[in-house]
Every structure is written in C-alpha cells, then in structure tokens.
Design a protein around this ligand. Sequence first.
Ligand code: GTP
Ligand code: MG
Length: 373
Amino acid sequence: VLKVTEFISANDLAALLDVSVNQIISTCMSLGMFVSINQRLDAEAITIIADEFGYDVEFTKSIEDELVEEVADEEDDLIERAPIVTIMGHVDHGKTSLLDYIRMSKVTADEAGGITQHIGAYDVKTKTGFKIAFLDTPGHEAFTAMRARGAKITDIAIIVIAADDSIMPQTKEAINHAQVAGVPMIFAINKVDRPNANPAKIKEELANQNLLIEEWGGKYQSQDISAKTGQGIDELLEKVLLEAEVLELKANPNKNAAGTVVEASLDKGRGYVSTIMIQAGTLRVGDVMLAGQHYGRVKAMFDHTGKKLKEAGPSTPVQVLGLGGAPQAGDTIKVYDTEREAREIANSREQIQREQSLRTKKHITLDEIGRRL
Ligand code: GTP
Ligand code: MG
C-alpha cells in the first residue's frame, strides 16, 4: 500500500514508487495520459499509475488538510448565533422592497460615515432585541451558485409571493432550491395593501403544492405583509426568530474565523473589498485570511453602515479590506495563524487551478479539432 497525498507531482510520485520519472511518464503515455515532470496528479491518475507499479493507494492528508486541523468544538464553547436569512421569490414580487423596508426601518441612524452603501449582506436588530443577518443576493442565482460551490450559508429562506399574483415559475424554483438545500422556508405573502390582493388564493395554491401553512393546520409559517406600508413585517421577523430557535443555531466565537464570501470587487481607492459572512470564530483586524487563491491581512473591517469594526463574531456580515485579489462569491474564507500557511495553501490552490485550466484548454482544442474534421 502506497500512502500518498492527492495532487502530488509526477516527479514526487516517481520518488515514492522508487522509479524514474521517465518511467511514470511513459507508463502514463501507454495509458493515453500525457503528463509532464512537475504536473500534479489527481486521485484517479495516481490510483491508475500506482496500480501499474503494483501498489494500492491510500490517500493521506493534503497540505491544506494538514494545516487546517479541524478541531471539534466543545459544547461549552458554543454560543447562540443569529440566523442567516435569504429572501427569494418571483420577479417583481417584492424581494428588494422587503429587504429595503427591513434595512431602512432597522438600521440605526448613528452611521459613522453617514452613507449607507449597498452591500450584499447586512444584519438588523428586531424590536425584541434579537439579531438577524440577511443575505442580499440578486435572485437565487447567487444562492444556487453558492450551493454549487458547497457553501451552506443560509439558515432560513423567506419566499416572497405577491398576493395580487400567483405562484409563479420562479416561486416554484425558489421553493425547490430551499427544499433541496434542506433550508426551512417561511412564506411572506406580500402586497396585501393592494385592493386586488388575495392572500387566501395564494395559501390555497400553496396547499395545492403540498405546502400547507400553519394557519391551515400545516407546518409552514406564513405571514401577510406589505413591503410598502410595513404591515406584518415585525411579525415576519418574529417568525424568523421562532424558526431560528427550533434550529438551535450555535457557533464557537473563540477560534480563528471562518466564513463565506458573499461578493468581492476592486475599489480604486481601497483595493480589494470583500463582503463576507462570518460563520464561526471571530475575525479581527490584523488577522491573516485566505479566500480562494487570495490571502492577506485584514487591514480594516466595516459593518454594512460603514462603521469601522475591530472584531466580528459568528453570523456577522462584514466588509473587509486586505485580500490580495477578489475571491468568488461562495468561496470559503479562513483565518490562519501565520502568513506562511495562508501563502502555501494559496499557492497550491493556484497551481492546481492553473493545471486544471491547462488540461481543460487542451481538451477543448482537441474537441474543436474533432468537430472540424
Ligand atoms: P426583481 O428584483 O426584479 O425580481 O423584483 P423584486 O422581487 O425585488 O420586486 P421589487 O421589490 O422591485 O418590487 C416590484 C414592484 O412592486 C415595485 O414597483 C414595488 O414598489 C412594488 N411593491 C413591492 N412590494 C409592494 C407592496 O407591498 N405593496 C405595493 N403596493 N407595492 C409593492
Ligand atoms: Mg429586486
């Protein structure tokens, strides 16, 4: 049995197998794989090559796993954290209006810079004094994209449905997304201020979809709201908290921060600005962070009102300055003890990425040639 880490280079694999790298390369060639000396090999390639030399493979930890020794949290270290909520629904049913109403009515007026920037995530304090974090994703594409990248960042989904309309294709899609992701849903039946609003009709349509609301003896919470007048919105937020209570959301604030990138961009004056949702641990100014292939020290950190923060704990959305590039939405962000660790992982990810894109390019070219012939 050969113990090996994934993405080892052909050269290193040769050393482990005690053969020359040329033997590896020619073996690969006879199997129809073209590898170069320093090329990193994926699990499948390693298994096939090792088999040719009479070895079974056992994969051990990668550099990344090595450095990120995940320690399970002690029950005592866990504290309650705020729910992270995503609002989804059909076009024009009022997602943005609802988010705006919540933000405007809840954001405190003592904003440091005085300017409320639009950022992809924010948090509010409800009348009863509890925090809720919102992800302001443009439609569910971002939600889907994040899920595709393995990011689990939403605890509860609010599905907005206009009471003067019906359950529409994107409503069904949103419901489907939430169900597949195993995220509990709360229905917000919006625009009830409109004369032609018919919330009962929407509830019936939900029932026809096998989504029976509590009011009608089912298990789904639902609230009639108006994102225009604010009717029902405090009640909606209380229902979010109720759902959160059932979920018993907890996190350990006493460790290096970990979270997910919500959005990132290059600001001419400030450099790379990333909005991140912290999901565990506490992020502090000066920490070494790594997201995707980019790393750097947290130079400054702000809340969604532009107020400077020195530290931020679980379920807090923050804007951070200091990454050396713009990561992608859905990338995880983690804090490391030393810059060396972050750099090593960043470099290894970059190299893997480069080699994968080379392979894809080659593949496309061959494919194109095939089509032309
Ligand atoms: P997309 O982002 O395009 O998918 O739409 P959206 O779901 O964000 O809807 P948006 O908040 O932009 O609202 C669409 C329209 O409905 C706007 O003209 C809003 O002013 C209006 N609207 C939203 N909520 C209400 C409401 O509760 N009552 C009334 N009367 N109008 C509303
Ligand atoms: Mg909108």
